[in-house]
Design a protein around this ligand. Structure first.
Ligand code: FBP
Length: 553
């Protein structure tokens, strides 16, 4: 296999671990705190999780732990979208297991949760793991978005785990996948299967966090990759002085990625979906906001700029959110009738009759190619695939129309030439930054310690992340502690709460204080590329979001 020079050098990188894990395995023990409660809906969750509800928070500390030398068999699943650092979770887990006992074994389930359901796995040996250390991607075993949902799928998962003689399953995923981990842990406990389940917080979207999970892995690297690209575009815009760039950024629901990139690059406009919703902003309000910046800059002779758009924004614009909800309902209820229709025109005409008046109006007002994107297949969790809706093109086109009206009315005298971009997949498999490489390795190693200590229904956690790695605090947080009940696809379900951007939180407030100046002046900043080798102040620096959130505590 040919590898790049960087890949070769990254193989040799030894990720840093929290001090509590830098000991002989039998000297790493677990301190358990008080019993915990769920984030909300406590009584209902206590009933739904009678065997795993309310466990104490676990913190690793120095102390004798004979369990750490046990021979273990563990299976690992990478679930959902790729996020830089997944391979290091596996490397940390593998190294932990083998340091504990040379005879321990790690199986990787292929293609996500379906690997467990369908009994498709491979034994991961040292040589294989070495080929993936400190690299991006999930290709060591692949990933998938299937859910373990039906009684048959739970039973099949148990059969697979028993068949392989597993002591534990580790699920690396976002809020939905860790909800699945909680359900699986409860299912195994109820049946006294003796198989533990541990989760790991993954998602570039950054929305799996709370008082105990400071960040999901992959957010750091993805944001730094996008920020580099945005900075490059800003510099190009400032050099040529002739284009407005409309850049959509990944982040299915929350706008953490857009906000972090804005703090890093100081664009002229950055939409924050949570604010759009809180202020009840319509599509027209958003277009007006963008056009106000374009017109103000044109007055200064600056017919160029950069607009950042979180990909999830469409669902937060009240009239679009309503349209999506109605479409979701109709497509679930009358999916077969819809599928039988002959082509886009017929589909739109059929929907026009089914939708409420306001929603039919919104869908009808969209350019047909964009309207079509709202009808694409939902993901297995029932979510509309926002990464496939070209909001950046929609807003660009609407701004163009609005500006030409403003010109006719004498309110705008500039030139508007615009280009659109979507940065998403470019950032999900980058070589993990040192932060993500260290964080993920620690999460994986921590998952091993939780397993060796006999715990189940926990998510591996590493805290105090803005301090140098030796001062990080590692342990486990009970999954039920992060849960509440929510309506999903018409049914009330236990789920892990998604963390949206807090409009009173330090990252948003820092952005809001400066954005009026950015909208008019050229205050771009150019962060450049991720640095893997060099002084810690450039190589190990966490995201601004994390720094501001930790400072604000
Ligand atoms: P996860 O939450 O599963 O980590 O995935 C996040 C994400 O990258 C979103 O930002 C994006 O909307 C989505 O995945 C794209 O999904 P897909 O890879 O299925 O196209």
């Amino acid at each position: 296999m040919e590898v790049s020079v960087l890949q070769k050098l990254r193989y040799a990188y030894q990720p840093k671990l929290p001090g509590s894990l830098c000991r002989e395995p039998e000297d790493i023990s677990v301190r358990l705190g008080e019993a915990t409660e769920a984030a909300a809906d406590r009584e209902e969750l206590r009933e739904l999780f009678p065997h795993t509800y309310g466990k104490p928070i676990a913190t690793f500390t120095r102390g004798r732990n004979e369990g750490m030398r046990r021979q273990l068999r563990v299976g690992v699943i990478l679930s959902g979208g790729q996020a830089p650092g997944g391979h290091n979770v596996i490397a940390g887990l593998y190294d932990g297991l083998r340091r504990g006992n040379e005879a321990s074994a790690l199986y990787g389930f292929l293609g996500g949760p379906s690997g467990l359901i369908k009994n498709r796995s491979r034994l991961l040996d040292g040589e294989t793991v070495d080929r993936y250390r400190n690299t991006g991607g999930f290709d060591i075993i692949g990933s998938g978005r299937d859910k373990i949902e039906t009684p048959e799928q739970f039973a099949a998962s148990l059969d697979t785990a028993k068949g392989l003689g597993l002591n534990a399953v580790v699920i690396v995923g976002g809020d939905d996948s860790n909800t699945n981990a909680a359900l699986l842990a409860e299912y195994f406990e109820e049946r006294r299967a003796g198989i533990q389940v541990i989760g790991c917080p993954k998602t570039i979207d950054g929305d799996l966090k709370n008082g105990y999970i400071e960040a999901s892995f992959g957010f750091d690297t993805a944001c730094k990759t996008y920020s580099e690209l945005i900075g490059n575009i800003e510099r190009d815009a400032n050099s040529a002085k002739k284009y407005w760039h409309f850049i959509k950024l990944m982040g299915r629901a929350a706008s953490h990625i857009a906000l972090e990139c804005a703090l890093e690059t100081q664009p002229n406009v950055c939409l924050i979906s949570e604010e759009v919703e809180a202020r009840g902003m319509s599509l027209e309000d958003i277009v007006n906001q963008i056009c106000a910046s374009v017109a103000a800059r044109a007055e200064r002779g600056d017919n160029f700029g950069v607009v950042l758009i979180p990909e999830g924004v469409v669902e937060f614009i009240p009239e679009m959110g309503l349209l999506i909800d109605e479409l979701n309902d109709i497509l679930v209820r009358e999916g077969d009738a819809f599928a039988a229709l002959d082509g886009p025109e017929e589909q739109l005409a059929w929907l026009d009759r089914k939708l409420s008046g306001p929603s039919a109006l919104v869908l009808g007002s969209l350019p047909p190619e964009i309207a079509q994107e709202f009808l694409m297949e939902r993901d297995p969790h029932g979510n509309v695939q926002v990464s496939r809706i070209e909001t950046e093109k929609l807003l660009m086109e609407m701004a163009r129309r609005r500006l030409s009206r403003m010109k006719e009315e004498g309110g705008y005298r500039g030139k508007f030439s615009a280009l659109s971009h979507f940065f998403g997949y470019e950032g999900r498999c980058a070589f993990p930054s040192n932060f993500d490489a260290d964080y993920c390795y620690s999460l994986g190693f921590g998952a091993f310690v939780l397993i060796a200590s006999g715990l189940t229904g926990y998510i591996s956690s590493v805290r105090n992340l803005t301090a140098p790695a030796p001062e990080w605090v590692a342990g486990g947080v009970p999954l039920t502690m992060m849960m509440n009940l929510e309506r999903r696809r018409g049914r009330i379900k236990p789920v892990i709460q998604k963390a949206l951007v807090e409009l009173l939180g330090p990252p948003f407030r820092t952005f809001a204080r400066q954005r009026d100046a950015w909208a008019v002046e050229t205050r771009f900043t150019y962060p450049g590329s991720i640095q893997y080798f060099g002084p810690p102040e450039i190589c190990d620096i966490p995201t601004r979001t994390l720094l501001l959130e930790r400072k604000g505590q």
